[in-house]
Ligand binder design. Structure first.
Ligand code: ZN
Length: 222
């Protein structure tokens, strides 16, 4: 059924293109999320990549979730998947929050993070800050002139409370942190976007999407 598909084009960044089990379009792995089928038949997000097991890929978008769960994933895994679009959304959002915290921790350990309003402002003035992470309950306090400019330029992202941001960085509370590494910033932007993804049931995109009727689908074994 997929035999008419042309050979996947090699992706210059990493690996070949993958097919979304929702919309069936091909995309680079960076633009998709991987889920695996757990031993108990549950769908498990694999945002960091590399989890063993049968995997499927999808766009982290309400419309693709609505098509993937459960029809697209059932066809892809050749197994009865019972996960609803909103359940898959909740799983992906929770996994995205864990991924953001893990990436922030990795940035801190690698010395690629400036923490606190003063250090953040300095990194912005130096032009080293690729991304500023702001706690949602600290925007006013953390928004100096430089921070405000970063937000206006699309380099500021709100995620978590001061406590959540602090926990990810081994402190009690953090209002703002600047990431000074491009790769980590891009990974963080993708994870934060997923953490803020609207629910399929709250999105007109997620309604009326025709479920895939294909008997097989793109899966892979690792
Ligand atoms: Zn898709």
């Amino acid at each position: 059924m997929l035999s008419a598909r042309s050979e996947p084009v090699a992706n210059s960044r990493r690996g070949r293109l993958r097919t979304c089990v929702g919309c069936r379009r091909e995309a680079a792995p960076d633009d998709l999320v991987r889920v695996v089928l757990g031993a108990d038949g549950a769908v498990v997000p694999d945002l960091a990549g590399g989890s063993l097991g049968r995997g499927a890929w999808l766009h982290p978008e309400p419309r693709c979730l609505a098509q993937a769960a459960p029809a697209g994933l059932s066809a892809s895994f050749r197994a009865r998947v019972l996960t609803s679009p909103d359940e898959l959304w909740a799983l992906l959002r929770a996994a995205a929050d864990r991924r953001v915290a893990a990436l922030l921790g990795a940035a801190r350990r690698a010395g690629k993070l400036e923490v606190g309003a003063t250090a953040v402002d300095q990194a912005l003035l130096d032009g080293r800050a690729e991304l500023v992470m702001l706690a949602v309950d600290a925007r006013a306090a953390a928004s100096g002139a430089a921070c405000g400019r970063a937000i206006a330029e699309g380099r500021g992202l709100a995620w978590g409370s001061k406590e959540t941001l602090g926990r990810a960085l081994g402190r009690s509370e953090v209002a703002a942190a600047a990431v000074v590494d491009r790769g980590l910033s891009q990974a963080l932007k993708r994870a934060v976007a997923m953490a803020h993804m609207p629910a399929p049931s709250n999105t007109s995109d997620g309604r009326g999407a025709p479920a895939s009727s294909r008997a097989d689908g793109p899966t892979e074994d690792r």
